[in-house]
Write a protein that binds this ligand. Sequence first.
Ligand SMILES: Cc1cc2nc3c(=O)[nH]c(=O)nc-3n(C[C@H](O)[C@H](O)[C@H](O)COP(=O)(O)O)c2cc1C
Length: 167
Amino acid sequence: MNILQINSRQRGENAPSTRIAHAVVARLRAEQPRAQAARVSLDDALIGEIQWADVLVLGVPMCNFGVPAQLKNWIDAVVRAGVTFRYTERGPQGLLKGKQAVVAQASGGRHRDSPADTITPHLKTALAFVGIDAVQFVDPEGLAMGLDGEKNGRGGARAQIAQGIVV
Ligand SMILES: Cc1cc2nc3c(=O)[nH]c(=O)nc-3n(C[C@H](O)[C@H](O)[C@H](O)COP(=O)(O)O)c2cc1C
């Protein structure tokens, strides 16, 4: 199993979204000992990297109620007509087959199931558009809401990962 980890962090290796994404990858590798993992930068081979991967693990910090600009650039680079999707008489068809995604989505506040969470529908829609329908979310919330908020947010995400990421 090939795992592609994409970090769109603002605060380096210690950023919660990056650390949760690392933990998801570690868990996936423990469950699938033969899995390879690659941490990649955004570059010209972005589509090739996705085509190589079986599982995409995206570290996504909420930034002004959306995904960070770096991740939006990545989406704009990989959603390419004729390569990752095509238009048919019945509408668009995703061309990336048999892949799954895990999104480690960190936010300072709590927005789950509210209109402020634009990230979940955006990523589900964009990933489904290129053919990736199987998307799981590990989303520590409230990380800026004092020590309890941070503890609960991280603890919930760790518990979710410990229960297992089924891919
Ligand atoms: C520029 C900026 C904008 C942010 N916008 C939001 C926001 O709209 N909603 C929110 O809940 N948290 C927001 N945050 C808080 C981050 O989502 C939170 O600190 C998260 O842990 C960042 O993830 P990272 O540390 O992995 O980069 C923002 C942080 C920064 C630096």
